[in-house]
Design a protein around this ligand. Sequence first.
Ligand code: SF4
Ligand code: SF4
Ligand code: FES
Length: 546
Amino acid sequence: MPKVIIDDVEYEAKDGQTIIEVADEHGINIPRFCYHPGLTVAGNCRICLVEVEKAPKPMIACGTPVMDGMVVKTQSKLARWSRQGVMEFLLLNHPLDCPICDKAGECMLQWYSVEHGSGRSRLVGEKNHFDKRLDIGEHIILDQERCILCSRCVRFCDEITGTSELGIFQRSSDAVLNVVPGKRLDNHYSGCVTDICPVGALTLKEFRFGARVWFLEDTATICPGCSRGCNVNVSVRDNEIARLLPRTNTNVNDYWMCDTGRLIYQELSEPGRMETPQVHDAGTLQRAPWDRATHTVWKLLHQTAERYGHGAVAAVASAAATNEEIYLLRCLMNDLDGVEIAFPEHVQGEDDGILLNADRTPNRRGAAILCGDEAVDGSALQRIRVGIEGGQVRALLVMDEDLPALEGWADVPLARLDALVVMGAFGCPQLLQRAQAALPLAVWAEIDGTYVNFQGRVQRLRAAVRPAGEARPGWRVLADLRALAGHEERYQSARDVMDEMSATVPAFQDLTYPSIGEGGLPLPDAQPSGAPEAEPSPSGGVEESA
Ligand code: SF4
Ligand code: SF4
Ligand code: FES
């Protein structure tokens, strides 16, 4: 292994590593514009110039492999003078419109002009001018004047999506970035070019002028758009989500995310959000306090279970529920002597070969671990349907699923049920018409919990905004229902549920939120391990409170 000295400290490098890679591994900050660890090296911006002993001129750190005995100086007079020259060159024609630029505050050109620039320009003539607002794609605006021609976006479209919509045209000071004639930047990962553009040349229409970045608070969480579970940061201002950005996780999504996931937060502000608990009263659903609604739900389900016995209560739940929610749902069903829990499939097309998975549910794997394969492969759903038609299933709990929209469910006689309870974020009007109670649940951006992605990796979901209206996290609602079943109220948070799961579910053995960490953990055995043990049901029912 080659040994290299950087700024007077010796480091061991791996064969083939470049200076910038070794520096990054050891927290040594070398500036970069064109270098990106997810793309091939272009070596065109020159801002990473460092002094290498015995080399006749400064070398680019991103394109120079380390050699045994190499001595690198990142802060020498020559290195600093070289970078200052590069900064002056890059700023020569730059419009310097930071006050109206969306990238201000997170622009690498701003940072480096402070750290490495000279603070003056020797240009005496007029700057070059290019188009400042080109609509080049469904989500993307290009400001050609701000572009520093680093070619990151060009390489992204060549190497990651393979769609090659972008190119650098003309030469010398006339060189300009644009879409290839006849093309638009409409690939399904187009938003990623705005993440990797080091300046404000490429901006996302949906975020442009939405918020100054220094007002945003980021929460590290997971995209719920498909079973990949891309790691993301949710940026929030005043309890409103302003944007989603990919968070680097080379085990899951590298540095990227798809446009569907990037904009998934917009669904949260669509009409139809349930914000208050409701119970059936005088022929319709009426707003009710949580206590009363929870008691009503428990009474409906418990009385049905008491009357009709084993298997009379069933649940259809979304595999967008967290492991903590699914675990407590499974426990509740055990309390009610219910047999079937089903998680309908939501498959759209095929995997796109980059990140987007055809399975659009984020926690199908977790549901399979906690409730068994038949809960997720359609078998349980089919049995529930037949059970409703045949009168064996008498009470149904629907959690965040638009049941009538599922294939084969439009004509299922839900009117035959003695009890229909809806829990979720958005109420399906057809279900709400028939439901005796509806409980509003908080959604992915409002809750803590965990998902298991299609790789069998458990990852943490973190609350970024407060729940809408009176909505509550599903784990809490289910825990309250279980408390009415006579169980000790022992969960203060989703973390407490995970702690219990880690002691009772073999696949989650010894897992804790800290051990899952920021990047998630592969489960040692992500195969279905059966349902958690049933806890003894209390003998008596619980009366509805006044
Ligand atoms: S638009 Fe941005 S990413 Fe693309 S070449 Fe210009 S500066 Fe680089
Ligand atoms: S690939 Fe899936 S998880 Fe990743 S951003 Fe897209 S929808 Fe979200
Ligand atoms: S970062 Fe090395 S040449 Fe651009």
